[in-house]
Write a protein that binds this ligand. Structure first.
Ligand SMILES: [Zn+2]
Length: 129
């Protein structure tokens, strides 16, 4: 729940900077080593947003494998199954460069729509196109 909560806080913070906008979708990137189960996060996120102003806000989770860089040959590679062997030269001492990240990728917003003059606005939009 903690992470879902902080993602929502981030969304709320961004929305305060853009009054009137509605958040539609939030994208996050989570490293395999961050200790977050993407399914559990989706579930917690939905449970937190239902029946709130954020109801319907979708979460797009990109789950990424850790990456390492070899200290010998400088090759960057994806770490699978916690193996730490460089696929380039076989060195056993690669340096972990990512894998425990938990970061925002994007926030999709919906522009404010004037409820009073909705029809006029729609006609205007058609004209523009
Ligand atoms: Zn190497």
């Amino acid at each position: 729940m903690g992470i879902a909560n902080s993602i929502l806080e981030g969304v709320a913070k961004e929305l305060r900077r853009r009054p009137g906008n509605r958040a539609v979708k939030v994208g996050v990137r989570i490293g395999e080593l961050a200790g977050v189960d993407p399914d559990a996060l989706s579930f917690a996120f939905e449970a937190l947003t239902v029946d709130t102003d954020f109801a319907g806000l979708a979460i797009d989770i990109e789950y990424v494998r850790p990456r390492s860089r070899c200290r010998e040959c400088n090759r960057e590679f994806e770490v699978r199954n916690y193996e730490s062997l460089c696929p380039g030269c076989g060195s056993l001492s690669p340096e972990r460069i990512s894998g425990d990240e938990l970061e925002f990728k994007y926030l999709e917003l919906e522009e404010p729509e004037s409820a009073e003059d909705e029809r006029a606005e729609r006609e205007l939009e058609v004209e523009k196109k």
